[in-house]
Design a protein around this ligand. Sequence first.
Ligand SMILES: NC(=O)c1ccc[n+]([C@@H]2O[C@H](COP(=O)([O-])OP(=O)(O)OC[C@H]3O[C@@H](n4cnc5c(N)ncnc54)[C@H](OP(=O)(O)O)[C@@H]3O)[C@@H](O)[C@H]2O)c1
Length: 248
Amino acid sequence: MSKIALVTGSSKGLGKAIALKLAEQGSKVIVNFNRDAEKAQSVRDEIENLGGEAMAIQADITQEDEVKRLANEAETLFQEPITIVVNNATGPQPEFSLEDVTWEDYLDQLHFSVKAPLLLTKELMGGMKRKEWGRIVNIGSEVVELGNPHFSNYVTAKSSVIGMTRSWSNELGEYGITVNAVHPGFIPVERHGEVTEESAKAYVQQVPLKRLGKPGDIANTVGFLCSDEAEFITGQNINVNGGNTFGV
Ligand SMILES: NC(=O)c1ccc[n+]([C@@H]2O[C@H](COP(=O)([O-])OP(=O)(O)OC[C@H]3O[C@@H](n4cnc5c(N)ncnc54)[C@H](OP(=O)(O)O)[C@@H]3O)[C@@H](O)[C@H]2O)c1
């Protein structure tokens, strides 16, 4: 049976790789984006060219009315509930010292790490419960263990993902819905620009597997967690970072 998967922020970066992976596994994919319609369309086209089915839907997933519209559009289109949600979208991630950071800077990050996943889960869990099957994957970050200085806005918001994932997994497990978090290491994507071997050296030195991550590393893990094979895995925090951190 084909499944309907929503990947937030999949017009580029890790979200794009995750959308392609889920399509390869047979899901019909909603390529969500906020601003970059052209890039989202090209992800949709790439999926269709590979024989999959996808639709690009614009929605600012930090806004309740937009989340409702997104869910309605998707379900009208596919005539099936969305049963796979990957909470991946992120906005700008500015770094601030404690002297300069404000509560609003914290909220900016919490809107993506907590508010958007909460709005989506509340909107979509009814369909998953009816199907007695669901997959929610929250994308965190290794920063929750590294505790990078001058980045407490982002580190704090991503840390919330850990408890949120555990709590939701306890609440939704009885309906066949698994909730897990995947914590990527540093994985260069378009927004990082050119990352030379030289500039990555300091980071890679600390990584047991001695290389930077690739978007496919994250997509493969998310793909597995969204599969039927992962039905007995829930509430877990999985670091995909070449061993740079060892578990939360
Ligand atoms: N790459 C890394 O090194 C790394 C490391 C650790 C964790 N992560 C996490 O992995 C996830 C993906 O990161 P990334 O590096 O792939 O990011 P990215 O390349 O900057 O992509 C962000 C995506 O989010 C979308 N987006 C932004 N605001 C949105 C909104 N309000 N509503 C809906 N979509 C929105 C963007 O679409 P538009 O441009 O069209 O708006 C884009 O598709 C994030 O949760 C990030 O924190 C990444």
